[in-house]
Design a protein around this ligand. Structure first.
Ligand SMILES: Cc1ncc(COP(=O)(O)O)c(C=O)c1O
Length: 374
């Protein structure tokens, strides 16, 4: 490639995206990306932002506080929240059931926090009584961080009883909802979650690039009370003055067309209805998991906490897991994920538009064909 001879225009192949995300999106969402670009302060675009805010409140199930999307991915959603809610020397309790819990620890450490880990082996969820013990031993904890859907193992973290543990404490609850939002129920308000972050590219069904978040009044009060401001780019008060204050105050140039895509994806989600959407994910996931078990494959997650939208499958002894992934991609056009934990595994996602039995059948058929060769 040289300046005088630029490369040919991109022609990305059509893939069936059944990894941990991104997932394929509905044609309506792709079409939204191609709508006319507006200025980020145009009144018509501001109306779109307001509608995204309202739809995010509905999807996170949070009536109070704030909801909007960061112009970045789930990783920034995590980092921005931790940065805003803790300071150097603060104690942070983190539930670690896999790779993404571990990353929350690392982020908290980088912001100067003392991390108390509540760790379980891959496949398990974090028992609420272990969290209770940690909070009893560390009443000074400023934050409890849990991964609602641990994408490295396919485990859903039960949250019943967590709000009760935090009642009357100064400990705020942060939830990683990157893989859960739009696929299984998220109840930010009734779970007492003070900060939830997610992504656009998984069960929400939009392209990657935005991180929906929601904050409780308590989280907003803590942010207002900080003695040292956080980074300019992820300052929630400045972001709110663009997303929700009217007239808006410029903070950064929003990725206008990605916001259109998120808007359309959220419209689709609410047209379908939250309950119907969760039922569709539950049905497709259970169908896939039954098919995998029927083929003698073992799943990583304990069955009682298995997520429907993400299934981690142990690579059978003697098989080359990476070669299976490579052939699925190149010979069948199907992407699945590899392992992020020490156990060799494949991670199969049925998220958003792909949460269908017909998609599960395509993955299972292709897997049969590849496993007959590798
Ligand atoms: C549970 C969880 N948290 C955080 C992230 C990071 O999100 P992103 O890749 O959008 O930055 C992911 C991505 O897969 C995830 O699954």
């Amino acid at each position: 490639v040289s300046a005088s001879e630029p490369p040919a225009s991109l022609r990305p192949p059509e893939r069936l995206l059944c990894g941990p995300g991104p997932t394929n999106v509905d044609p309506r969402v792709l079409a939204a990306l191609a709508k006319p670009i507006l200025g980020h302060l145009d009144p018509d675009f501001l109306r779109a932002l307001e509608e995204v805010v309202a739809m995010l409140h509905a999807v996170f199930r949070r009536s109070d506080g704030m909801a909007f999307a960061l112009s970045s991915t789930g990783t920034a959603g995590a980092d921005a929240g931790i940065a805003a809610l803790v300071g150097p020397g603060d104690t942070v309790v983190v539930g670690v059931a896999g790779y993404f819990g571990e990353r929350l620890c690392e982020m908290a450490r980088r912001h100067g926090a003392e991390v108390v880990k509540v760790e379980v082996s891959p496949g398990a969820s974090v028992p609420v009584d272990r969290v209770e013990e940690a909070l009893r031993a560390h009443p000074e904890a400023r934050l409890l961080a849990l991964v609602h859907a641990e994408t490295s193992t396919g485990v859903e973290q039960p949250l019943d009883g967590v709000a009760a543990l935090l009642a009357g404490r100064e400990t705020l609850l942060v939830l990683d909802c990157v893989t859960s939002l739009g696929g299984v129920a998220v109840e930010a308000e009734s779970w007492g979650a003070d900060y939830c972050f997610s992504c656009s590219q998984k069960c929400i069904g939009a392209p990657p690039g935005l991180a929906p978040v929601c904050l409780s009044e308590r989280a907003l009060a803590r942010i207002r009370g900080r003695s040292r401001p956080v980074s300019f780019v992820f300052d929630f008060e400045l972001l709110a003055s663009y997303w929700t204050s009217r007239p808006p105050v410029y903070h950064h140039t929003a990725p206008v067309n990605e916001v259109y895509a998120l808007h359309e994806a959220l419209r689709l989600l609410l047209e379908e209805g939250l309950e119907a959407r969760f039922a569709r994910h539950a049905d497709a996931g259970a169908y896939l998991q039954e098919g995998l078990r029927g083929r003698g494959l073992e799943l990583l997650a304990d069955p009682e906490v298995q997520l429907p939208q993400l299934t981690a499958v142990r690579v059978p002894e003697g098989r080359d897991g990476r070669e299976v992934q490579r052939r699925l991609l190149l010979e069948h056009g199907i992407e699945i994920g590899g392992s992020l934990v020490s156990t060799p595994a494949w991670r199969i996602g049925l998220m958003g538009a792909n949460a269908e039995r017909s998609v599960a059948d395509r993955v299972l058929d292709a897997l049969d064909a590849v496993l007959a060769q590798v």
